[in-house]
Design a protein around this ligand. Structure first.
Ligand SMILES: [Cu+2]
Length: 178
């Protein structure tokens, strides 16, 4: 019994410092509005508006045509230029002369991409930046000990309970003998 108690105590001592909460990534729903004009998105000029998201974000793109011309938004995920790979590696809206909504998850590698209108790629293009998901500016640890740590903490709490119960049981046995 003493051996088991000592073992449990050792587990508790080793486990306690790891009782820290696991950092979590906040996946965000991003709503972005773009109005198409043959001259540029949102009637800007070069550069067109830059879009910045975080990897894992759910992006809802509200697209409309400001000049009644036909447009089609796509982001060049495979970085092969203004040729739309739809369906394929690129993420593309349907063609629209009024409006459409495109929803997708930005689950591709962090980096700087270009988005275009496939019909007017020379003027309707801008940066699409995917930032790595992070908490407090540091990239999330994905190594095993860090992920297992909270469970060790839970095991420690359980071990304390068992140790206390053992102590009470032993104290009770001694009283019976006396
Ligand atoms: Cu266009």
């Amino acid at each position: 019994m003493i051996f088991i108690s000592a073992l449990l105590l050792a587990i508790v001592i080793l486990g306690l410092p790891t009782l820290s909460p696991l950092p979590r990534v906040a996946a965000v729903n991003r709503s972005i509005t773009l109005e198409g004009f043959t001259s540029a998105w949102n009637a800007t000029s070069k550069p067109n508006p830059a879009i910045t998201v975080t990897q894992g974000d759910s992006v809802s793109l509200q697209l409309s045509s400001g000049d009644s011309a036909l447009h089609r938004w796509f982001v060049d995920v495979d970085k092969n230029g203004p040729t739309p790979d739809c369906p394929g590696a690129d993420i593309c809206s349907s063609t629209f002369s009024t409006s459409t909504v495109l929803t997708f998850t930005a689950n591709f590698a962090p980096g700087t991409y270009t988005y275009y209108c496939s019909i007017h790629p020379a003027t309707m293009l801008g940066q699409f930046v995917v930032n790595p998901s992070s908490v407090g500016g540091t990239t999330l640890p994905t190594n095993r000990p860090t992920l297992v740590a909270p469970y060790l903490g839970l095991a420690s709490a359980l071990a304390i309970l068992v140790a206390v119960a053992t102590y009470i049981y032993r104290a009770g046995s001694k009283e019976k003998k006396n």
